[in-house]
Design a binder for this molecule. Structure first.
Ligand SMILES: [Zn+2]
Length: 247
């Protein structure tokens, strides 16, 4: 598998990065994992505009899904004619919510073939995908992608919880959110700190911890990295837009 970080800014875009979006490639198949604010721009730097084969939205907060609504124009009004519906996996309510964001212009079924996420394991192209509910104020799914004996886990947005640790169990790479600093007045049930991400990676026995969803304007990359490293003995990196990993 190949992972390309399109956007990794937490909650709102930063000066250097759009919000969450990750391209997961295997056997020439491209899965867009989240499609957050501004990431349609980044997609065009690393892949052709219409080359993605499926989309998975971990949850329906706008920093993880809003550019999937902008993307409607790309497929519906292409100069060479409309493209065939793209498989899109998302929590319940996505068709209505995305149509509302797009602009009350009718359903989006001509653009997306909607699949409702539920905890379990299923195939997306060549990938074996397992999703489970994680701890966040709205219905949110962490994701485990497996291909050819390799595993990429993604926490989505979540507080530290058992489901995140299960999904990341033995993962070759664990892409984990680290939105908060230790000293923040962190509301429960929402996000993780760098230390939480390190603990999750350690308990899961992950091989590589990739920190993401840092809130650029309010965070400290150095502190997030330090606290994660203190809690996890394996290699740790803060991801950047355009970073590519062969997993
Ligand atoms: Zn969220």
């Amino acid at each position: 598998m190949k992972l390309t970080v399109l956007g990794c800014a937490g909650s709102f875009p930063g000066p250097e990065s759009s919000c969450s979006a990750y391209l997961v490639e295997a056997d020439g198949f491209r899965l867009m994992l989240d499609f957050g604010t501004g990431s349609l721009s980044a997609l065009q730097r690393y892949a052709s505009l219409t080359s993605i084969d499926a989309v998975l939205l971990s949850h329906l907060h706008c920093d993880h899904m809003v550019d999937a609504c902008s993307y409607v124009v790309v497929r519906r009004y292409a100069p060479d004619g409309p493209h065939k519906p793209l498989p899109l996996f998302a929590p319940a309510g996505a068709p209505r919510r995305m149509a509302d964001v797009y602009g009350h212009d009718g359903p989006l079924d001509d653009v997306y073939e909607f699949h409702t996420l539920q905890p379990g394991t299923f195939r997306i192209g060549p990938l074996t995908v397992t999703v489970d509910r994680v701890e966040h104020p709205i219905e949110t799914y962490g994701v485990r992608n497996e291909h050819d004996g390799r595993t990429l886990a993604y926490s989505a947005d979540s507080a530290l919880c058992d489901a995140v640790i299960r999904l990341a169990s033995g993962a070759d790479a664990f892409l984990c959110e680290a939105s908060y600093l230790d000293a923040d007045p962190n509301p429960p049930g929402l996000h993780m700190t760098g230390r939480d991400a390190g603990e999750a990676a350690s308990k899961a026995g992950a091989r590589l911890l990739l920190l993401t969803h840092l809130v650029t304007a309010w965070g400290s990359e150095a502190e997030t990295l330090d606290t994660a490293t203190a809690a996890f003995s394996g290699p740790v990196e803060v991801v950047r837009p355009g970073a590519r990993y062969h997993i």
